[in-house]
Ligand binder design. Structure first.
Ligand SMILES: [Zn+2]
Ligand SMILES: [Zn+2]
Length: 257
């Protein structure tokens, strides 16, 4: 039984007990009937339950605000030699200049995302935030050109690299977010969640729209939600899989840093 329903039932029982001395308590028929609306998990609940401790979550009205320093909670060569979380880059790889640096990320998203009438293309820079506070980028690099073979060399095993200002960001799924599974990766600025390549039944979704998403059940939203998936296409045969390309399904919130 759904937690929300149980809570409602218990609340009803409590109220019944309180008013028993005034009137006979009528049986609450609703308690045994699953109400789809009442049992729907909210975006706010899933955000609060899944973002890690290094991300501060606050809500105001219909807006959720996520704050983080934007640094990974895992090993990467981009920490720089000497850091406890430093590891060497892959043997055939290269690195962008400089080490990653702490940021001042503030991302806002709506708690009740809906499909936008006109879809806005994602752009360079942060388009979302992973559960550990690291920025999610699309499939583009400076000059708005798709990540190419040379840039691929700079990706670590998290599918990330560091950009200007030491801003570390994920372009691909990888060892620390999701890898060929149905894990929740984070949320994009439009308030919709992004998952790994698979749905929770272990299959690859076959009905994704042009923006890489669809409406279906997930482990976090058993009654269904619009969500993006990491691409199931092996990008340029690199072994990396793009997190998100194309447009937002909804309307993006702000992301300052
Ligand atoms: Zn990049
Ligand atoms: Zn799905």
């Amino acid at each position: 039984m759904n937690k929300t329903i149980m809570f409602k039932s218990n609340l009803a029982l409590g109220v019944c007990a309180f008013v028993t001395f005034i009137a006979a308590c009528t049986k609450n028929d609703d308690a045994t009937t699953v109400d789809p609306a009442a049992s729907t998990t909210t975006i706010t609940e899933v955000v609060k339950a899944n973002y890690k401790s290094m991300v501060t979550v606050s809500t105001s009205g219909n807006t959720i605000t996520l704050k983080s320093e934007g640094v990974p909670d895992h090993v990467t060569p981009y920490w720089g030699v000497g850091n406890a979380l430093y590891e060497a880059q892959k043997s055939d790889g290269a690195l962008t200049p400089g080490s990653l640096r702490s940021q001042n990320f503030v991302m806002t998203l709506t708690a009740t995302p809906t499909e936008a009438t006109t879809k806005e293309a994602t752009s360079l820079g942060p388009i979302g935030m992973a559960l550990n506070g690291v920025a999610i980028y699309n499939d583009r690099e400076g000059g708005n050109v798709p990540v190419d073979a040379a840039v691929l060399q700079t990706m670590d095993r998290g599918g990330a690299h560091s950009g200007p200002g030491g801003l570390y960001h994920y372009h691909f799924d990888g060892d620390f977010t999701s890898k060929d599974d149905a894990k929740l990766i984070g949320f994009l600025r439009d308030g919709f969640p992004i998952y790994g390549r698979k749905d929770m039944d272990g299959s690859y979704p076959s009905n994704l729209d042009t923006n890489g998403g669809h409406t279906a059940a997930t482990a976090d939203f058993p009654n269904g939600v619009y969500h993006y998936h990491s691409s199931a296409m092996n990008y340029l045969n690199s072994g990396y899989y793009i997190l998100k390309a194309g447009s937002y399904h909804g309307t993006k919130g702000t992301f300052t840093f």
